[in-house]
Design a protein around this ligand. Sequence first.
Ligand code: COA
Length: 325
Amino acid sequence: MKKVGIIGVGEYLPKKILTNADLEKMVDTSDEWIVARTGIKERHIAAKVEASSDMALQASLQALESARIKPQDLDLIIVATITPDMPLPSTACVLQNSLQAKKAFCFDVSAACAGFIYALTVAQQFIARGGCKNALVIGVEKLSSITDWKDRNTCVLFGDGAGAAVLSEVKSGGILSSYLGSDGSAGELLMVPAGGSRLPASHDTVDKRMHYVKMRGNELFKIAVVTMTHAAQIALKQAGLECKDVDLVIPHQANIRIIMAMAKKLKLCEDKIYLNIEKHGNMSSASTIIALSQAVKEGRVKKGDIILLDAFGSGLTWGACVIKW
Ligand code: COA
């Protein structure tokens, strides 16, 4: 099996910023409540004309440049998203066309907030087994398109953005382990009820606002803490490492209180945790890869560092991944 690592990263955030003060004018909420309960102060919102593949393109170009790889050299493109441009074709195929990455085979992965870790793990397998050489893995979301801007329980939480990583064979280090899990029995805790084959779009589903995210946040919160802690422990064990060996944890950015509760359980000091939730909110599939890209640019990730990615989301799905940079 070949060693596989991330050789380039990139991210894109739409220009428009929606602050908590803006939300105060839209729903019955306050900056104090949002900051205290979630840690979020603002989030980026895509333009009306900006689709997920448009954001993915910008992040991909940056990642390809940092990896010094041309689109024509890509063998595989995986886009992790729950907000594709449209049901079909896949956003990965739309992106392939924008990039003119003609050699690549392309597909989407739907695993919500754990989406990037799922896609990363799938791409790793293809390269490790020699099925392809270079892969582009993207996490992208336009969550603003499935957010009910009249529902204060959810609309304060989400943001839009894209992150991208180029994967290839590496001589040493790379992805040391990854652990993925799912529990479909709790799927109703976080869902978009309509718009699929169960309840296709109709006047009735639109009138009932069934194309927006519905969430039972309180119940999810407790499961998220336990599951992210467990996923981190398993991935570290598989890599033959302990928490004290980790240089930087990049957790999914759903709620600062979830992250801090997990850190406490793992006995991790706060300076080992990368946070961007304050400026971006929860961007589902895009959160972990955008955070990783920003951490690299800020010099928080150095060669030889042990990085732990850890995420949890709708499905339920979860995943953790240990990388030696
Ligand atoms: N502004 C003001 N009050 C709000 C509010 C808002 N934006 N949203 C909810 N509230 C109110 C509720 O109506 C409730 O009022 P009540 O007690 O009068 O009924 C009160 O605040 C407490 O609500 P609750 O849902 O218990 O708050 P919470 O502390 O659990 O925080 C979340 C809510 C959504 C921030 C939190 O549950 C969370 O982050 N959950 C996990 C999300 C997650 O992990 N998702 C999966 C991964 S993406």
